[in-house]
Structure formats: structure tokens, C-alpha cells
Design a protein around this ligand. Sequence first.
Ligand code: ATR
Length: 266
Amino acid sequence: MYINLGIIGNPLQHTFSPFIHNYFLYESKMCGGYTCYETSLEQLDDLIDMFVKYNFTGINVTVPYKQEVIKYCTELDITAKEIGAVNTLHFTKNGIIGHNTDIFGFHMMLESNGINTQNKRVLLLGAGGASRAVIPYMRLNTPLSFIIANRTVEKAEELAYLYNGDAEVCSLNDLKGETFDIVINSTSLGVKGEPFIDYGFNIKEAAIDMIYKPKVTSFLSMYSKNNIKLVNGLSMLIYQAAGSFNIWTGKDIVPNMEYFENIVYK
Ligand code: ATR
């Protein structure tokens, strides 16, 4: 059987997902393909109809449609419900099921790098779409203190509400002189290679960036002399893909990170 997979979003020029999934298909000896569908909001209805009509198995969803696609889902699994965003559509005989494997990706990024937030002072920078995947992990691995800082403080407050625990909220400009064990960057600052802003805080254990390119991102490069762990977003990307692939095919992929690193950072 040929498995039809793909991704919807806009823009998609720089997505690495087709490479990852076609590699997973090859590794699992499965016959299929993964295609990019860069689409406008107006085309979304027709595209979803097309996926159903042509018996697609699965579609990844990326910016800006992770919330928009919820209306097409017959059902949301617990992960998607929890944070109100879908990155994986599974076309089944019972309808379209919406999942969120970004949460699994984030979890595995920390675990595979030997980082645990329990009893630590943790700072999350940013409160946009990407930050949402952090919340379920923090609920399970409760930090000693959890601080959410965002340029727009109201959005950090919304995220703290989603966390539904003890989180402090502040502006990025309130971090001067503070020390954290672990800092996670979920802002898009640095995504185009622009320098990160020095907000004047210190990091004791690990700096984690959801951005994966370049290898040492603008955020990580600010702390590269600090003798702390520096983790970019590549493992999160690969593991969220492995999570989607598992939902679609039932195959458990153990990604060879070294292989992907050599391709992305060659
Ligand atoms: P994504 O889906 O990639 O998370 P997003 O939802 O637009 O994209 O969120 C981008 C995040 O980066 C937000 O937290 C945003 O801050 P605001 O909520 O105040 O917009 C943050 N961000 C983007 N550009 C920034 C900048 N120049 N300085 C600080 N924060 C920035």
C-alpha cells in the first residue's frame, strides 16, 4: 500500500519535514511519499477535502494553521485538547483525528539531553504558538519556580492560565540580574539569524532554543562561553516527526540524531 503523507503551512520553503519523513519511510521499508502543500487560508477547505478523497494517511500542520485545522477534526486526542493546537492530522475510517506531537518532541528534547526541570528555577522566554508545547511537560516535571517572560505580558498571562499552576509572569525587561537553572527560548527572536537581545540574566545549567538553525543559534551563542548545556531545537523537530510517524504507521522510530545533524549542519 502506498502511504500518502504531507504538510500544510505557509511559508514552507524551509521545512525539513519532507526529508525526515521520507527517510522514516525508507528506514521502515514502507512505500509512500511526503509532500509540501503551501496554502492560503482560503484554499484550506479544498485541500482537506482532497486529502480525504485521495485516502491520505496523515498530514502535519505548521504555522499558521495549528489552531485553524481544529474545525476539521472529528476528534482531538488529549495532547491536542490540552494545548488547543494540532500539528498532526490522522485520516482514519472514523474521521480526522487531531494530535499534537510537539509536546512529545519537547519532552524528548529535554530527556535526550539529560535535562530535568524538577526542583529547578526555570525561565520560559516567549508566549506564542511554540511556547504551548512546553506547558504539559512543566506540569508533569514541576520546577521549583517557573517564570514566563514575554514582550507582550498579557500573552504570558494567558500561558500561565493554561499552565494552571504556580507560574510567575513578567516582561522580558524585568529579567536583569536574575539567575535561572534552565532557560528555554520559544520566541522567534534569532530565527532569521538576527542577534539575540541581552536581557541581563544568568543561566547555571542549560540554555535551550526551539530554533534549530544555525547549530549555535543567536540565543545559544550568547551563552556559549558559560560552561552550560546548549541545546538547539533539532531534536524537538525530529522527535515530533517520529511521534507523527508513529501515529500514522504504528512504527516506533528511534531517530539517529547524528545522521540528521550531519545533513542539517553540513
Ligand atoms: P511561534 O508560532 O513561532 O511561536 P508566534 O506565535 O508569533 O510564533 O510567537 C512569537 C513569539 O516570539 C512571541 O512570544 C513574541 O512576543 P509577543 O507575544 O510580544 O509578540 C516573540 N517575539 C517575536 N519577536 C520578538 C522580538 N523582536 N523581541 C521579543 N520577543 C519577540
